[in-house]
Ligand binder design. Structure first.
Ligand code: SF4
Length: 315
């Protein structure tokens, strides 16, 4: 059993990409100008209760066109890092929610840029119709690609509370369609959702660990100004996680994730201007250090408590 990924006790995206490409790889977050069916009225006008005005793309470039955004971020990175290659990350809103020709133009416009070695596309499981799947398969055969699916929770009760707007069956079906086409998948889970205890959070991670997706992103629930979540918080309907709780929960999650699954994220710093809490999460490196230290104290590593497919969590 692997217990060490270049000095880390878990299988980081950095480790994976450096081994795959032989150099430092940067992700460049983009806002391609899409919207989301959970916000434009097709499913709902409310959106997921935690979603801010930038559709979970708070760190995407701010210039207008995709090429300008790409160059803006790349130029910033070049000041610090002289070498490296790039993965274009379609992050904001739902990045497969348009007609297939529009999608084709946007994806290929970025793939043609110098030093772009791959593409990552964040979307919803209910926004992958057949023609879009065909386009994704075509691109997957030409370059390195992964698709990110925002599952957030395995529990249907919580999915209703957060107004996710699709059922678990949609996630399962889209994973199956993407896998049929050999497309890599990264599943997002959120820790600290209203009404969930630690046992339920771990059930979500156990479920993701056995879906056969290549990667996982663990998010801390961020409370942003102007969201439905803010209202619920003001009414005392849930509490934000403390750093101590979060760190211990993340380490419990990491222990249950199989060693070959790539961990794309274990924390994140929210948008400082609209964030209400938890403010400790803005010190991202302190959180990561605390996770590393707790893993050392427990002498634990990714996969140590992986239950295996035979005992997978089924809701
Ligand atoms: S699916 Fe994404 S963009 Fe759409 S409302 Fe939910 S978090 Fe926001």
């Amino acid at each position: 059993m692997n217990k060490d990924w270049d000095g880390k006790r878990y299988h980081t995206l950095n480790y994976f990409l450096r081994n795959k490409f032989g150099c430092k790889i940067f992700k460049i977050s983009l806002d391609a100008g899409f919207t989301c069916p959970n916000r434009d009225g097709k499913i709902s006008t409310e959106g997921c209760i935690f979603c801010g005005p930038r559709g979970s793309g708070d760190f995407a470039g701010t210039a207008y066109g995709l090429a300008e955004q790409f160059h803006e971020v790349r130029n910033m990175m070049n000041k610090k890092w002289k070498t490296g290659k790039y993965i274009a990350y379609f992050q904001a809103f739902t990045n497969t929610y348009a007609d297939v020709e529009t999608l084709r133009k946007k994806y290929y416009s970025i793939l043609g840029m110098e030093d772009v070695v791959g593409i990552a596309i964040a979307t919803r499981p209910d926004c992958l119709p057949e023609d879009v799947l065909e386009l994704l398969e075509e691109i997957n055969n030409k370059t390195y690609m992964w698709i990110e699916l925002g599952l957030q929770t395995v529990h249907e009760r919580t999915a209703k509370i957060i107004n996710r707007g699709y059922g678990l069956d949609a996630y399962i079906a889209s994973v199956s369609e993407l896998k049929k086409r050999n497309i890599e998948i990264v599943t997002h889970g959120i820790l600290g959702l209203p009404g969930e205890d630690k046992g339920e959070m771990l059930q979500t991670v156990d479920f993701i660990a056995n879906t056969g997706t290549q990667g996982i992103k663990l998010h801390l629930l961020h409370l942003l100004k102007g969201t439905k979540l803010e209202e619920m918080y003001r009414h005392g309907e849930f509490q934000l996680m403390s750093m101590e709780d979060y760190v211990a929960t993340v380490v419990d999650c990491i222990e249950r994730i199989p060693g070959d699954m790539i961990i794309h994220r274990i924390t994140g710093d929210g948008p400082r201007d609209t964030m209400i809490g938890p403010m400790w999460s803005l010190k991202k490196f302190e959180v990561i250090n605390a996770i590393d230290h707790l893993m050392m104290d427990r002498d634990t590593w990714q996969g140590k408590k992986y239950v295996g497919k035979s005992k997978k969590y089924v809701p």
